[in-house]
Design a protein around this ligand. Structure first.
Ligand code: G3I
Length: 322
Protein backbone atom coordinates (compact mmCIF):
# COMPACT_ATOMS: atom_id res chain seq x y z
CA UNK A 1 0.00 0.00 0.00
CA UNK A 2 1.17 3.51 -0.85
CA UNK A 3 2.69 5.72 1.83
CA UNK A 4 1.47 9.23 2.55
CA UNK A 5 4.63 10.67 1.05
CA UNK A 6 4.36 8.66 -2.18
CA UNK A 7 0.80 9.91 -2.66
CA UNK A 8 1.84 13.47 -1.79
CA UNK A 9 4.74 13.35 -4.25
CA UNK A 10 2.32 12.27 -6.95
CA UNK A 11 -0.01 15.17 -6.06
CA UNK A 12 2.98 17.59 -5.99
CA UNK A 13 2.37 18.62 -2.40
CA UNK A 14 4.34 18.32 0.82
CA UNK A 15 3.01 16.15 3.63
CA UNK A 16 4.89 17.05 6.78
CA UNK A 17 5.14 16.27 10.46
CA UNK A 18 6.54 17.99 13.52
CA UNK A 19 9.45 15.99 14.87
CA UNK A 20 10.20 15.47 18.56
CA UNK A 21 13.98 15.73 18.88
CA UNK A 22 14.26 13.24 21.72
CA UNK A 23 12.06 10.66 20.00
CA UNK A 24 14.11 11.07 16.84
CA UNK A 25 17.26 10.29 18.80
CA UNK A 26 15.86 7.40 20.84
CA UNK A 27 12.96 5.68 19.07
CA UNK A 28 13.80 3.63 15.99
CA UNK A 29 10.15 2.99 15.07
CA UNK A 30 9.47 6.71 15.23
CA UNK A 31 12.45 7.40 12.96
CA UNK A 32 11.38 4.77 10.45
CA UNK A 33 7.82 6.11 10.16
CA UNK A 34 8.99 9.73 9.97
CA UNK A 35 11.20 8.83 7.02
CA UNK A 36 8.67 6.58 5.32
CA UNK A 37 5.47 8.64 5.54
CA UNK A 38 6.56 12.29 5.20
CA UNK A 39 8.40 14.41 2.65
CA UNK A 40 8.59 17.47 4.95
CA UNK A 41 9.61 17.89 8.60
CA UNK A 42 9.39 20.66 11.21
CA UNK A 43 11.30 20.76 14.50
CA UNK A 44 8.65 20.68 17.22
CA UNK A 45 10.93 22.53 19.66
CA UNK A 46 14.57 22.23 18.57
CA UNK A 47 14.78 25.45 16.53
CA UNK A 48 13.05 27.66 19.12
CA UNK A 49 15.13 30.34 20.77
CA UNK A 50 15.31 28.74 24.24
CA UNK A 51 16.56 25.54 22.59
CA UNK A 52 19.27 27.07 20.41
CA UNK A 53 20.60 29.78 22.76
CA UNK A 54 19.89 28.65 26.35
CA UNK A 55 22.60 30.96 27.72
CA UNK A 56 23.45 34.26 26.11
CA UNK A 57 25.99 33.65 23.37
CA UNK A 58 26.12 29.90 24.08
CA UNK A 59 24.43 28.01 21.31
CA UNK A 60 23.21 24.44 21.22
CA UNK A 61 22.34 23.28 17.73
CA UNK A 62 22.49 19.56 18.49
CA UNK A 63 18.87 18.59 17.90
CA UNK A 64 18.27 21.13 15.15
CA UNK A 65 21.33 19.98 13.21
CA UNK A 66 20.32 16.36 13.69
CA UNK A 67 16.89 17.00 12.21
CA UNK A 68 18.29 18.88 9.21
CA UNK A 69 20.73 16.00 8.58
CA UNK A 70 17.92 13.44 8.94
CA UNK A 71 15.81 15.35 6.43
CA UNK A 72 18.66 15.57 3.96
CA UNK A 73 19.39 11.85 4.22
CA UNK A 74 15.74 11.07 3.64
CA UNK A 75 15.04 13.51 0.82
CA UNK A 76 12.74 15.68 2.94
CA UNK A 77 12.33 19.45 2.99
CA UNK A 78 12.43 21.32 6.29
CA UNK A 79 10.05 23.97 7.62
CA UNK A 80 11.89 26.23 10.07
CA UNK A 81 9.94 26.96 13.28
CA UNK A 82 10.13 29.62 14.66
CA UNK A 83 12.20 32.83 14.78
CA UNK A 84 10.07 35.41 16.65
CA UNK A 85 7.61 34.20 19.26
CA UNK A 86 6.45 35.36 22.70
CA UNK A 87 6.83 31.85 24.14
CA UNK A 88 9.81 29.56 24.75
CA UNK A 89 12.18 32.50 24.98
CA UNK A 90 15.42 31.91 26.89
CA UNK A 91 15.32 32.95 30.55
CA UNK A 92 18.33 35.27 30.15
CA UNK A 93 16.35 37.28 27.59
CA UNK A 94 13.06 37.62 29.46
CA UNK A 95 14.86 38.32 32.75
CA UNK A 96 17.08 40.94 31.13
CA UNK A 97 14.09 42.77 29.66
CA UNK A 98 12.16 42.53 32.95
CA UNK A 99 14.97 43.97 35.11
CA UNK A 100 15.86 46.65 32.56
CA UNK A 101 19.40 45.42 31.95
CA UNK A 102 18.46 44.83 28.29
CA UNK A 103 17.13 48.09 26.85
CA UNK A 104 15.17 48.62 23.66
CA UNK A 105 18.07 49.28 21.31
CA UNK A 106 19.97 46.30 22.62
CA UNK A 107 16.89 44.09 22.39
CA UNK A 108 16.47 45.03 18.74
CA UNK A 109 20.05 44.09 17.97
CA UNK A 110 19.68 40.84 19.94
CA UNK A 111 16.65 39.95 17.84
CA UNK A 112 18.44 40.82 14.62
CA UNK A 113 21.43 38.74 15.64
CA UNK A 114 19.21 35.76 16.58
CA UNK A 115 17.41 35.78 13.24
CA UNK A 116 20.58 36.29 11.22
CA UNK A 117 22.53 33.59 13.07
CA UNK A 118 19.86 30.93 12.85
CA UNK A 119 18.72 31.58 9.27
CA UNK A 120 22.32 31.73 7.99
CA UNK A 121 23.21 28.48 9.73
CA UNK A 122 20.59 26.62 7.68
CA UNK A 123 20.78 28.74 4.53
CA UNK A 124 19.66 26.74 1.52
CA UNK A 125 18.33 23.90 3.70
CA UNK A 126 15.05 25.40 4.95
CA UNK A 127 12.23 25.68 2.45
CA UNK A 128 9.87 27.76 4.58
CA UNK A 129 10.56 29.72 7.78
CA UNK A 130 7.90 30.67 10.32
CA UNK A 131 9.41 34.11 10.84
CA UNK A 132 6.76 35.47 13.19
CA UNK A 133 4.49 33.20 15.21
CA UNK A 134 1.22 34.11 16.96
CA UNK A 135 1.51 37.92 16.79
CA UNK A 136 -2.23 38.65 17.00
CA UNK A 137 -4.88 38.19 19.70
CA UNK A 138 -8.22 36.59 18.90
CA UNK A 139 -9.83 40.02 18.37
CA UNK A 140 -7.24 41.00 15.75
CA UNK A 141 -5.23 43.38 17.94
CA UNK A 142 -1.48 42.90 18.20
CA UNK A 143 -0.45 40.42 20.87
CA UNK A 144 0.99 42.22 23.85
CA UNK A 145 4.39 40.48 23.73
CA UNK A 146 7.77 41.79 24.82
CA UNK A 147 8.42 42.45 21.12
CA UNK A 148 5.41 44.73 20.79
CA UNK A 149 6.01 46.39 24.13
CA UNK A 150 9.69 47.10 23.58
CA UNK A 151 9.97 47.57 19.81
CA UNK A 152 6.47 48.44 18.58
CA UNK A 153 4.78 46.74 15.61
CA UNK A 154 7.68 47.48 13.24
CA UNK A 155 9.50 44.45 14.69
CA UNK A 156 7.45 42.33 12.30
CA UNK A 157 8.67 44.00 9.09
CA UNK A 158 12.20 44.10 10.50
CA UNK A 159 12.11 40.36 11.22
CA UNK A 160 11.12 39.56 7.63
CA UNK A 161 13.81 41.84 6.20
CA UNK A 162 16.53 40.33 8.41
CA UNK A 163 15.45 36.77 7.60
CA UNK A 164 15.37 37.52 3.88
CA UNK A 165 18.85 39.04 3.98
CA UNK A 166 20.15 35.89 5.66
CA UNK A 167 18.58 33.43 3.18
CA UNK A 168 16.99 35.12 0.15
CA UNK A 169 15.57 31.86 -1.20
CA UNK A 170 13.67 30.69 1.88
CA UNK A 171 9.92 31.35 1.79
CA UNK A 172 9.02 33.50 4.77
CA UNK A 173 5.78 32.87 6.66
CA UNK A 174 3.60 34.35 9.36
CA UNK A 175 1.96 31.58 11.39
CA UNK A 176 -0.88 31.28 13.91
CA UNK A 177 -3.72 29.16 15.37
CA UNK A 178 -7.48 29.80 15.14
CA UNK A 179 -7.03 31.31 11.69
CA UNK A 180 -8.39 28.47 9.55
CA UNK A 181 -11.54 30.34 8.57
CA UNK A 182 -12.41 33.99 7.99
CA UNK A 183 -12.50 35.70 11.40
CA UNK A 184 -11.10 38.76 13.19
CA UNK A 185 -7.72 37.17 13.72
CA UNK A 186 -7.21 35.84 10.18
CA UNK A 187 -8.43 39.17 8.84
CA UNK A 188 -5.76 40.93 10.89
CA UNK A 189 -3.18 38.73 9.10
CA UNK A 190 -4.77 39.48 5.75
CA UNK A 191 -4.60 43.23 6.40
CA UNK A 192 -1.03 42.96 7.69
CA UNK A 193 0.02 40.94 4.64
CA UNK A 194 -1.46 43.55 2.31
CA UNK A 195 0.33 46.32 4.17
CA UNK A 196 3.69 44.52 4.25
CA UNK A 197 3.48 43.65 0.56
CA UNK A 198 2.66 47.28 -0.28
CA UNK A 199 5.78 48.33 1.64
CA UNK A 200 7.92 45.80 -0.22
CA UNK A 201 8.56 43.68 2.86
CA UNK A 202 9.63 40.12 1.93
CA UNK A 203 6.73 38.01 3.21
CA UNK A 204 5.62 35.08 1.08
CA UNK A 205 3.38 32.85 3.14
CA UNK A 206 0.57 32.48 5.63
CA UNK A 207 0.82 29.44 7.89
CA UNK A 208 -2.35 28.10 9.41
CA UNK A 209 -1.50 25.93 12.38
CA UNK A 210 -4.76 23.98 12.40
CA UNK A 211 -5.04 22.88 16.03
CA UNK A 212 -8.67 21.75 16.08
CA UNK A 213 -10.82 20.05 18.72
CA UNK A 214 -13.86 17.99 17.80
CA UNK A 215 -16.01 19.49 20.57
CA UNK A 216 -15.69 22.98 19.06
CA UNK A 217 -16.80 22.07 15.55
CA UNK A 218 -15.14 22.44 12.18
CA UNK A 219 -14.26 26.03 11.19
CA UNK A 220 -16.28 27.74 8.48
CA UNK A 221 -15.03 29.60 5.40
CA UNK A 222 -11.68 27.84 5.17
CA UNK A 223 -11.69 27.86 1.37
CA UNK A 224 -12.55 31.58 1.29
CA UNK A 225 -9.74 32.31 3.69
CA UNK A 226 -7.12 30.44 1.65
CA UNK A 227 -8.41 32.07 -1.53
CA UNK A 228 -8.04 35.62 -0.24
CA UNK A 229 -4.39 35.07 0.71
CA UNK A 230 -3.80 33.39 -2.63
CA UNK A 231 -5.28 36.44 -4.37
CA UNK A 232 -2.53 38.53 -2.74
CA UNK A 233 0.03 36.23 -4.36
CA UNK A 234 0.86 34.62 -1.01
CA UNK A 235 1.46 30.95 -0.42
CA UNK A 236 -0.57 29.25 2.28
CA UNK A 237 0.25 26.14 4.30
CA UNK A 238 -1.27 24.08 7.07
CA UNK A 239 1.60 23.90 9.51
CA UNK A 240 0.59 22.15 12.77
CA UNK A 241 -2.57 20.15 12.19
CA UNK A 242 -3.97 18.00 14.96
CA UNK A 243 -7.50 17.31 16.14
CA UNK A 244 -7.89 16.60 19.82
CA UNK A 245 -10.92 14.85 21.32
CA UNK A 246 -12.37 14.78 24.81
CA UNK A 247 -11.01 11.69 26.54
CA UNK A 248 -11.75 8.89 26.56
CA UNK A 249 -11.69 8.61 22.78
CA UNK A 250 -14.23 6.31 21.13
CA UNK A 251 -15.09 5.19 17.63
CA UNK A 252 -17.49 8.06 16.97
CA UNK A 253 -15.03 10.72 18.11
CA UNK A 254 -12.23 9.23 16.04
CA UNK A 255 -14.54 9.13 13.01
CA UNK A 256 -15.36 12.81 13.48
CA UNK A 257 -11.67 13.54 13.97
CA UNK A 258 -10.91 11.87 10.65
CA UNK A 259 -13.38 14.12 8.84
CA UNK A 260 -11.69 17.20 10.35
CA UNK A 261 -8.25 16.14 9.12
CA UNK A 262 -9.74 15.44 5.72
CA UNK A 263 -11.59 18.76 5.70
CA UNK A 264 -8.39 20.77 6.22
CA UNK A 265 -6.45 18.62 3.77
CA UNK A 266 -9.10 18.99 1.08
CA UNK A 267 -9.16 22.76 1.60
CA UNK A 268 -5.40 22.79 1.00
CA UNK A 269 -5.53 20.50 -2.03
CA UNK A 270 -8.33 22.58 -3.56
CA UNK A 271 -6.49 25.89 -3.10
CA UNK A 272 -3.86 26.89 -5.63
CA UNK A 273 -1.93 28.72 -2.89
CA UNK A 274 -1.52 25.65 -0.66
CA UNK A 275 1.22 23.11 -1.33
CA UNK A 276 2.18 22.03 2.17
CA UNK A 277 0.21 20.21 4.88
CA UNK A 278 1.98 19.41 8.15
CA UNK A 279 0.64 17.48 11.14
CA UNK A 280 1.89 18.39 14.63
CA UNK A 281 3.26 14.95 15.37
CA UNK A 282 1.90 11.72 13.89
CA UNK A 283 1.61 9.54 17.01
CA UNK A 284 -0.26 10.05 20.26
CA UNK A 285 2.83 8.63 21.97
CA UNK A 286 4.56 12.04 21.80
CA UNK A 287 1.71 14.54 21.36
CA UNK A 288 1.85 17.83 23.28
CA UNK A 289 -1.95 17.85 23.79
CA UNK A 290 -2.42 15.97 27.11
CA UNK A 291 0.25 18.13 28.79
CA UNK A 292 -1.66 21.30 27.98
CA UNK A 293 -5.27 20.02 27.90
CA UNK A 294 -5.45 17.28 30.55
CA UNK A 295 -8.99 16.22 29.57
CA UNK A 296 -8.14 15.92 25.87
CA UNK A 297 -5.90 13.81 23.69
CA UNK A 298 -5.68 11.22 20.91
CA UNK A 299 -5.07 14.14 18.56
CA UNK A 300 -2.87 12.57 15.87
CA UNK A 301 -2.98 10.08 12.99
CA UNK A 302 -1.63 7.10 14.96
CA UNK A 303 -2.21 5.79 18.47
CA UNK A 304 0.51 5.35 21.08
CA UNK A 305 1.58 2.03 19.53
CA UNK A 306 1.80 3.59 16.07
CA UNK A 307 -1.47 1.90 15.05
CA UNK A 308 -3.20 3.78 12.25
CA UNK A 309 -6.40 5.57 13.24
CA UNK A 310 -9.28 6.49 10.91
CA UNK A 311 -7.60 9.88 10.52
CA UNK A 312 -4.61 8.21 8.88
CA UNK A 313 -6.85 6.60 6.29
CA UNK A 314 -8.64 9.91 5.74
CA UNK A 315 -5.40 11.72 5.00
CA UNK A 316 -4.20 8.87 2.78
CA UNK A 317 -7.46 8.84 0.83
CA UNK A 318 -7.43 12.63 0.52
CA UNK A 319 -3.91 12.61 -0.89
CA UNK A 320 -4.81 9.77 -3.24
CA UNK A 321 -7.77 11.78 -4.56
CA UNK A 322 -5.78 15.02 -4.74
O1 G3I B 1 12.98 19.82 27.31
C1 G3I B 1 12.41 20.00 28.60
C2 G3I B 1 12.88 18.94 29.53
O2 G3I B 1 14.27 19.05 29.69
C3 G3I B 1 12.15 19.08 30.86
O3 G3I B 1 12.50 18.05 31.70
C4 G3I B 1 10.63 19.06 30.64
C5 G3I B 1 9.83 19.29 31.93
O4 G3I B 1 8.70 20.04 31.71
O5 G3I B 1 10.29 20.08 29.75
C6 G3I B 1 10.90 19.94 28.48
O6 G3I B 1 10.52 21.00 27.66
C7 G3I B 1 9.19 20.95 27.20
C8 G3I B 1 9.24 20.97 25.67
O7 G3I B 1 7.93 21.04 25.16
C9 G3I B 1 9.89 19.71 25.11
O8 G3I B 1 9.14 18.58 25.48
C10 G3I B 1 8.45 22.18 27.70
O9 G3I B 1 8.30 22.10 29.09
C11 G3I B 1 7.11 22.30 27.03
O10 G3I B 1 6.54 23.54 27.38
C12 G3I B 1 7.27 22.24 25.53
O11 G3I B 1 5.98 22.29 24.94
C13 G3I B 1 5.94 22.66 23.59
C14 G3I B 1 5.08 23.90 23.42
O12 G3I B 1 5.00 24.23 22.04
C15 G3I B 1 5.66 25.08 24.17
O13 G3I B 1 4.83 26.17 24.07
C16 G3I B 1 5.33 21.52 22.79
O14 G3I B 1 6.20 20.38 22.82
C17 G3I B 1 5.10 21.93 21.34
O15 G3I B 1 4.35 20.95 20.68
C18 G3I B 1 4.33 23.24 21.30
O16 G3I B 1 4.22 23.64 19.95
C19 G3I B 1 3.45 24.80 19.69
C20 G3I B 1 4.05 25.47 18.48
O17 G3I B 1 5.43 25.70 18.66
C21 G3I B 1 3.34 26.77 18.13
N1 G3I B 1 1.91 26.55 17.99
C22 G3I B 1 1.26 25.84 19.08
C23 G3I B 1 1.96 24.52 19.38
C24 G3I B 1 1.25 23.73 20.46
O18 G3I B 1 1.28 24.41 21.68
Amino acid sequence: PATLRALADRAHVKIGTAVDGTALAEDATYRRITAREFNSVTAENAMKWESVEPERGEYDWTQADELVRFAHRNGQVVRGHTLVWHSQLPAWLTAGVADGSIGKAELRSILRNHITTEVKRYKGRIQQWDVVNEVFEEDGSYRNSIWLQQLGPSYIADAFRWAHAADPKAKLFMNDYNVEGVNAKSTAYYDLAKQLLAEGVPVQGFGIQGHLATQYGFPGQVAENLARFGALGMQTAFTEVDVRVLMPADEAKLATQATYFRGLLDACLNARSCKSFTVWGFTDKYSWVPDVFPEEGAATLMDEEFGRKPAYAAVRDGLAAG
